[in-house]
Design a protein around this ligand. Structure first.
Ligand code: PLP
Length: 388
């Protein structure tokens, strides 16, 4: 049986041509026409100036530094996220504070945030920055989050690594806070094999990030540096892939949603397998098709679902393990956490690649259905059909 992966790259018709252009013109380093065109196309899409970088993590790192985050500062972050949201804060000497998710979006809980900031304001210890994450292609509820952050003077960075193409009330995620970071890692909805993008409302901040991303080399031919920099720029070759991928982004979003909704419909009669909520305020790309397992209803635990799929050579994974459960963050403050823990314990990410065939997805559906039917009493099975 062919191995079925969770999320793999899916090239469109033009990526290879743009890469070939880079070879033909010998623009094979960190300057060139693909970079200019990729950034121009991204800006046309989201409406903000941007700089293309080697990873989404690099974009978060530069964003936090632009916000002045340094030793002793606190950065609020949802506990339910991938660790790349948090590591850059550590590199700058800052301290994370974790916050739980709400059940409606699986993202940062605005009510909990408001309570937390109120308590901290009372003791004059308001964190410097909030890093909000849009998980699995779903926007956090940004209006109340931005409102309460504005009230207490907390700057907002959006980790939109998983939210390329996601909308909040019609506006692109990543453009709602002061700064936004996107990822084009190989498993994301579009990819440059590895890459990221930083956007900001203030063009001077984008210019500064661009400068830092190229070793902060001062203008002129002499290698003179007055600031600390990084080697974070995307290459012109990979920007060619990004150009082609942006052209097919809308098609990829439509296909990810189609995949998620096919699973939802195929599991509906089983009960006990629930698609991640689709908040009404936004466009959820369903970058990954994520379900929660109700063991009593389904007859299978979350881990049993993972085992059944593994036995069929199908890759599936739990939801992100919350940051407050990570050994590396032992002792870090977490406000709430039970929602994230529950989603981690019961959540499963299913194969969601836009280039998988209908038959491939049928394999996943058939494996889960067969196991669920085997697991329940004989009488109950009569009314349910096996297969997709
Ligand atoms: C993928 C991801 C990142 C990091 O992006 P890279 O391009 O892999 O560095 C950051 N945050 C979240 C939530 C992610 O899923």
């Amino acid at each position: 049986m062919k191995r079925l992966y969770m999320s793999v790259p899916h090239m469109g018709p033009n990526e290879e041509r743009y890469v070939h252009d880079a070879f033909a013109s010998n623009w094979l380093s960190t300057v060139g026409p693909n970079l200019d065109a990729f950034e121009a196309a991204f800006t046309a899409r989201v409406g903000l100036p941007c700089v293309a970088l080697g990873s989404g993590t690099a974009a978060i790192h530069l964003a936090l530094r632009l916000m002045g985050v340094g030793p002793g500062d606190e950065v609020i972050c949802p506990t339910l996220t991938f660790i790349a949201s948090v590591n850059p804060a550590l590199w700058l000497g800052a301290r994370p504070v974790f916050l739980d998710s709400d059940r409606e979006s699986w993202n940062l809980d605005p009510t909990l945030l408001a309570d937390f900031l109120k308590r901290r304001a009372a003791v004059n210890r308001v964190p410097k920055v909030l890093e909000v994450v849009h998980l699995y292609g779903q926007s956090a509820d940004m209006d109340p989050i931005l409102e309460v952050c504005a009230r207490y003077g907390v700057a907002v960075l959006e980790d939109a690594a998983e939210a390329v193409g996601t909308l909040y009330k019609g506006r692109p995620c990543g453009t709602l806070g002061e700064l936004g970071a996107y990822s084009f890692n190989g498993n994301k909805i579009i990819t440059t094999t590895g890459g990221g993008m930083l956007v900001a409302h203030d063009p001077a901040r984008v210019a500064k990030a661009r400068f830092w991303s190229q070793q902060a080399r001062d203008p002129g031919v002499a290698y003179e540096h007055t600031e600390m920099g990084y080697n974070y720029r995307l290459s012109n070759v990979l920007a060619g892939i990004g150009r082609g991928q942006l052209e097919v982004l809308d098609a990829r979003v439509a296909r990810r949603r189609e995949i998620a909704f096919r699973y939802r419909d195929a599991f509906a009669d089983l009960g006990g397998l629930t698609l991640m909520p689709q908040a009404s305020y936004g466009l959820h790309t369903n970058w990954l098709s994520v379900f929660t397992v109700d063991e009593a209803q389904l007859g299978l635990s979350r881990d049993a679902v993972l085992d059944v799929l593994a036995a069929e050579n199908i890759e599936a994974r739990p939801v992100w393990k919350p940051m407050h459960l990570q050994p590396v963050f032992a002792g870090v403050e977490c406000v709430g956490g039970s929602v994230a823990e529950d989603l981690f314990r019961r959540g499963v990410c299913l194969p969601s690649s836009t280039n998988m065939s209908a038959d491939d997805q049928g394999r996943v559906i058939a494996a889960v259905r067969a196991a669920a039917l085997r697991a329940r009493p004989r009488g109950a099975v009569a009314t349910l059909q096996e297969g997709a």
